[in-house]
Design a protein around this ligand. Sequence first.
Ligand SMILES: [Zn+2]
Length: 270
Amino acid sequence: MLTSHQSAAASPRRARSVAVALNQAGAPKHEPSFSELAGAKLPSFSKPFRVYATLKEQVLAGTLPPGTKINERALGAQLGVSRTPLREALNRLAHERLVRLSPYEGYTVAPLTRQDFVELCELRVILEPAVAALAARQASDEEIAALREATRTGGDAGEVLCSSFEQYLRRQAEFHLALAHAAHNERLEVLVMNAYDQQQRILACAWGHGLELSSAHAEHGEIAEAVARHDAAEAAALMSAHVRRHEGRVLGALEHYFRANPAAQPEGSS
Ligand SMILES: [Zn+2]
């Protein structure tokens, strides 16, 4: 069984990149998601937006881990920006609850709790079975093909070839977003993307602490086949079970992470 402790050969396949959704004026349509940022061509945006997008990606990918105290001077130098666009970006992230501002400590990457993840799973277990059922009813042949493509592991004998955390996240997101897209409901799609994004930094923490990957990919395959058979009840049941199992897998790894990184939790919660 492959876990994040083990390494694997790099996948020959590169996941599709997702562009930041733009409105007619060329500005981002909504707060960009992790999946969008991963594929974004940032130079085409204004400097304050680039600073915000870069920081957001670093927080969501765990490059700036939960509980990290932000040294504004060092960060500004690293990003090559002055205090004003940096503050603007940090305040925007504070508004999204990814960064915290305290009068004595300044900015800190928002700490993480077990409860944050449990709540996200509660949300996903409400949303995603409904999405899976809609997709089973409405997915076109092309969307089913895209869904199956997103479940391909790229290896022999069901091996999951994820050599890096980023690759793992992309594979995971690709499947869930392809399914949400096949549900033909833009509002649901945005909600799923948002819930999925919020868990990225939690997964980033769990990665490297025994997060087990193979079964999630196998479960994705089963859901894709239920959608391909247009079996809405089965697709919904499989998705519900998948989110619950995912919760158990991640919580197990998070326990190890919190033991190794007590500063990642808010004070008094450990
Ligand atoms: Zn999944």
